[in-house]
Design a protein around this ligand. Structure first.
Ligand SMILES: [Fe+2]
Length: 107
């Protein structure tokens, strides 16, 4: 099958399910991670498609990315972890600080 001149290939799903995700909350967290990654992956694919001169493919990836954003937002909402803006700012600062201190130093 081809779409916009591209032959579609069967690939493994990039969403990783862990064996330890056994509670509904764990499953939501895993789904949140997978949907978040898919959202960003499709934005990156859209950018590449645009650079390669395939604007319709880019639009397709952005549309799919938006759908993933809706999914991830619903998962996050269901987790019940959205707080007030001051609290969310604190969570953001903690998260970015963690990324700099722990993740970036390992790259
Ligand atoms: Fe999704």
């Amino acid at each position: 099958m081809t779409v916009c001149g591209f032959r579609l290939l069967k690939v493994k799903t990039p969403i990783v399910m862990t064996a330890t995700a056994s509670t509904p909350k764990d499953n939501l967290k895993t789904a949140f991670a997978g949907e978040s990654q898919a959202h960003m992956r499709y934005l990156i694919f859209a950018k590449r498609a645009e650079e390669e001169g395939f604007p319709n493919v880019a639009r397709l990836f952005r549309a799919i990315s938006y759908a993933e954003q809706v999914h991830v937002t619903n998962h996050y909402d269901a987790l019940g972890v959205i707080r007030s803006s001051p609290d969310n700012l604190e969570v953001a600062v903690d998260g970015e600080t963690y990324e700099v201190d722990e993740n970036v130093s390992r790259v």
